[in-house]
Design a protein around this ligand. Structure first.
Ligand code: MN
Length: 273
């Protein structure tokens, strides 16, 4: 999708009109002001910061994104290829900014810009869980009750920068959390899909299979991820969790077409431009 198309999607997604747009914007200003302990008292923000939203499949509703959490090294074979020992490592998390979202409609091949600064740009195919009920210290047994829906996404990574920063014990930020680094499909309500505990996950580049695994190979299940994450952060509706990628991550270059699949969800495709 071009920048113009992306903007027009966001505008359209915002309710096909100024009325809906202002409702959403005012609501989000009010709620963030309240979260920060600021009394609005009739004051108005100097500009609107867009609320990032995703369409909900089979519905006129939009799912607003609050935070994007990502789990690292959650499949044993991928953990080994990244130089870690999967038997000893507790789950760890990082975040991407919400405006790293690049929405990929079902059936579309969206243009995805090759980012600056990297010479080793990698795909990571991942299941994404979308939270609908927040909480702290959520038990594993109740964790899936907090899921509103699911989708699939790419955790795009400047691998050379991620590695270099890691070697220097610096944050991964510019390796992981840059613009457009989170291509993602629309949200599917859990009532329609059920929970994802097993099933094929694969990724092809130009029709050639690169990643191929099963969701049941995750070291930490979605329920365990939610439980663990909620020990560190209070979760809220609108939080989404990228659940980690299987082995055989690898590079793409301009002109490549990525297609990814998870059993039970429509495929997602982007073209690197
Ligand atoms: Mn990842």
């Amino acid at each position: 999708m071009t920048e113009k198309a992306r903007r027009s999607f966001i505008q359209n997604a915002w309710g096909m009109g100024a009325a809906a747009l202002s409702t959403l914007a005012a609501g989000s200003v009010a709620s963030s002001a309240q979260a920060a302990g600021v009394e609005l008292g009739g004051k108005k923000p100097v500009f609107n910061v867009p609320q990032v939203v995703l369409p909900v499949v089979g519905s006129e509703e939009l799912y607003p994104i609050r935070r994007i959490y990502c789990i690292g090294r959650n499949y044993a074979a991928h953990s080994r290829e990244m130089g870690s020992d999967p038997t000893r490592e507790p789950p760890f998390f990082f975040q991407k900014p919400t405006d790293a979202i690049q929405y990929v409609p079902i059936g579309a091949v969206v243009d995805h810009p090759y980012p600056s600064l990297t010479k080793n740009y990698h795909y990571e195919a991942e299941l994404v869980a979308a939270i609908g009920v927040g909480g702290k210290n959520i038990s594993i047994e109740r964790a899936l009750d907090h899921v509103w829906g699911y989708t699939l996404g790419l955790d795009m990574t400047r691998r050379d920068l991620q590695r270099a920063l890691g070697d220097e014990k610096k944050p991964w930020e510019i390796g992981k959390s840059f613009d457009y680094s989170a291509p993602i499909g629309p949200i599917h309500k859990v009532a329609k899909t059920g929970h994802f505990k097993e099933g094929a996950i694969w990724l092809k580049v130009n029709g050639v299979t690169k990643q191929s695994a099963n969701l049941n190979q995750m070291i930490w299940s979605v329920a365990e991820q939610i439980s663990k994450l909620s020990e560190a952060f209070e979760l809220f509706p609108g939080d989404i969790i990228y659940s980690g990628t299987p082995e055989n991550v690898g590079p793409v270059v301009k002109g490549d077409v990525i297609e990814m699949h998870i059993d039970g969800l429509p495929n997602l495709s982007v073209k690197i431009v």
